[in-house]
Design a protein around this ligand. Structure first.
Ligand code: GCV
Length: 667
């Protein structure tokens, strides 16, 4: 009989997040039988054994010859119905709770389901319920550098300390911590991780070849929790690593090089997931250099991975970052659609096109990318950003569940068609917000973003507030009602609060250039990055209509092309994304644009002040270290929110000359 996989021991001082040992008490105090075999069954065995050791229960494998009834049976078998690789069924009758799974991960996910249910898992009768993920690939992309980058540091856009995987040019060699990370991910349903930055610099490139062993070590640590490892690779690898004269994807020697590289990866990591590629984007090499399309590029790598069951995740984030700001006809928002929609149907079956949820770059408010409605013959994955590059950098509380849920529920083809959560057959991907911080995510409340992402990826139509309650229930075990109410109060509306005190009505990008924290209203206005608001004395916003603007609105199908085309039908929150309007333009809300800017900025700060008050009132209910960390970050959030308010309001007062009708102080 194989040995149970021991539960990872958290290094001293590391927060258990949503898996505090006490969460296992209901399970650990009981008698459990585990049936079936397979590597992840040994992980389940290890989990139950550990819980029993702590809480006094007992676990047996297969038939132990006793007639004693079991409280819990965890059974991996060929079930009566197809539960797939990852699904499980849970039921309770005659005093026994039974979890059945047919695939290896299903039993593990079923175990965590029992943990989430707590004592309820062992009460009364439960009819059979089947749980299956709606999306097969639920992935985190780490933008972690192996070597510290002179500008971006160890983790690009990382706000949670250093990397969990790498430090100063080499692997950290802390498999136990990586295993603990894999365990947290499995407990919220995430099954894939890419371990290095999509901007692949020279050191990182070598992970594909002579430093592959370091990736294999990470894969070994993540494997027991059903997390498959992926690697970001540079498109130029055949040149920079292989010494070839070209990386042309149609060149036979290049294809042979990739095939050989992939074979070596699979020899070292048999369950390797695949490659992630950022090509022809922000300076990364790509197929354009050879006059080839992105389908040509993706398919060359897909062909190399196909014999091994791997997938290439090809990012659609391709645009001109050397744009002339004087040229108002070029529109960065159009770029992904213009590059990729014509290629629909040309991508290999094992190529996934990974599309950011909005057309720009993870702003607090963007429309859903039109690419997601335009490529029915391509496997699409949706990419969101858990790391809060543009949403407060984990110094501000900004729970992104409602924003992601809105995007996933959006129906690109109107009511008749599927929603984004269904269109995303290739998976859901989040840029990770995790680092070597003892709370994992820098801001302790940002753990909620990671957890919510995993659970939404499992069921994109799930209610994010239900998920948040689940996170609260696990993280703050046995929380009294006052704590639950307080946590809901500070988290539920935090995305909208952040939106209120930052760039208004979907216009985006009023951030400090480079690091992207804090306000700089004109910071990107005269830059080459394609991120403008065009404010002048008469009005503000980008005309993206087909009639008079860049034509971006016409990239949508019906009904959205019409809805977005006119300021009269465009939703208020996206008005300045789609239209350049006078300051006195009246919104659907009945307010003018300028008054909306003033009001929302004052409200955003007031809401932050209120959230801080609520948090202060929870001091007696939250562990001191966690409470102090959040309180300290709230102080910075409030300072920053006031700065945003004052800069944005003053800017627009000076541009428009229209005073606040309520006479508040605008500088
Ligand atoms: C990894 C934005 C970020 C970059 C990031 C890029 C991407 O531009 O600012 O740091 O690069 O998105 O998604 O590739």
């Amino acid at each position: 009989m194989p040995l149970p996989v021991p539960v990872p021991v958290l290094p001293e001082g590391i927060d258990p997040a949503w898996l505090p040992p006490e969460a296992f008490r209901p399970l650990g105090a009981r008698r459990t039988r585990i049936r079936g075999s397979g590597p992840l069954v040994e992980t389940v065995h290890g989990e139950v054994s550990d819980a029993c050791r702590r809480f006094g229960g007992e676990v047996v494998r297969d038939d132990d010859g006793t007639a004693a009834p079991y409280d819990l049976v965890l059974c991996r078998t060929d079930g009566p119905e197809d539960l797939g690789d990852e699904g499980f069924a849970c039921e309770r009758s005659a005093g026994t709770t039974t979890v059945t799974a047919s695939g290896p991960r299903g039993l593990l996910y079923g175990l965590f389901h029992v943990v989430r249910l707590g004592e309820d898992a062992f009460r009364g009768e439960r009819p059979r319920e089947v749980h299956r993920p709606a999306v097969a690939l639920r992935m985190l992309d780490h933008w972690d550098n192996v070597a510290v980058h002179p500008v971006m540091g160890q983790v690009e856009r990382g706000y949670a300390g250093g990397s969990l995987f790498w430090r100063d040019g080499r692997a950290r060699g802390e498999p136990e911590r990586v295993r603990a990370y894999g365990r947290l991910l499995a407990a919220c349903g995430i099954n894939a991780v890419s371990v290095n930055n999509v901007n692949v610099h020279a050191t990182e490139a070598r992970l594909l070849t002579d430093r592959l062993g370091e990736v294999a070590d990470l894969a070994a640590a993540l494997r027991p929790y059903g997390v498959r490892t992926h690697l970001s690779v540079t498109f130029a690898a055949p040149v920079v690593l292989g010494g070839l004269a070209t990386a042309d994807p149609l060149d036979a020697s290049v294809r042979a090089w990739w095939a050989d590289a992939a074979a070596r990866v699979y020899a070292a990591i048999p369950d390797f997931g695949g490659f992630v590629v950022k090509a022809d984007s922000e300076g990364q090499p790509g197929p354009f250099a050879y006059g080839r399309s992105h389908a040509d590029g993706a398919d060359a790598l897909a062909a190399a991975l196909a014999p091994h069951g791997g997938t290439v995740h090809w990012r659609a984030f391709v645009y001109d970052h050397r744009q002339d700001w004087r040229d108002r006809t070029t529109d960065r928002a159009r770029a992904a659609y213009d590059h990729f929609a014509p290629l629909d149907g040309e991508f290999a079956d094992n190529a996934v096109l990974q599309v950011k949820h909005g057309p720009m770059d993870f702003q607090v408010r963007e429309p859903v990318s039109p690419v997601l409605g335009a490529m029915p013959r391509t496997r699409l994955a949706v990419e969101v950003q858990a790391t809060q590059e543009y949403t407060g950098q984990q110094r501000h509380v900004c729970w992104l569940g409602p924003m992601w849920s809105e995007a996933l529920r959006f129906r690109p083809g109107g009511d008749a068609g599927g929603c984004v959560g269904e269109v995303a057959r290739g998976g859901l991907v989040a840029v990770s917000n995790v680092g070597d911080d003892p709370f994992w995510t820098g801001h302790p409340l940002a753990q909620a973003n990671l957890y919510t992402f995993g659970r939404l990826a499992w069921r994109p139509d799930d209610d994010p507030r239900r998920i948040l309650d689940e996170w609260i229930g696990l993280t703050f075990l046995s929380a009294p009602e006052r704590l639950i109410t307080g946590l809901r109060a500070v988290l539920h509306g935090s995305w909208r609060t952040y939106e209120k005190y930052t760039a208004p009505l979907g216009v985006g990008f009023m951030v400090q250039p480079g690091h992207h924290y804090g306000p700089s209203v004109d910071g990107y206005e005269y830059s080459p990055w394609g991120t403008y608001h065009f404010a002048d004395r008469d009005g503000v916003g980008v005309d993206r209509s087909a009639a008079t603007g860049t034509g971006y609105a016409a990239q949508y199908g019906k009904p959205w092309a019409e809805v977005y085309e006119s300021p009269g039908s465009c939703p208020d929150e996206l008005l300045l994304f789609f239209h350049h309007v006078p300051y006195e333009h009246v919104l659907h809300s009945g307010k003018t644009v300028i008054q909306h800017i003033y009001d929302s900025h004052f409200e955003g700060v007031e809401e932050t002040e209120e959230a801080l008050r609520v948090w202060e009132g929870l001091a007696d209910l939250v562990a001191p270290a966690r409470h102090a960390r959040v309180a300290e970050r709230y102080a910075e959030q409030l300072r920053s929110a006031r700065e945003w308010r004052d800069q944005v309001n003053s800017y627009f007062l000076r541009k428009s000359g229209v005073p606040d009708e309520r006479g508040r102080t605008v500088y």
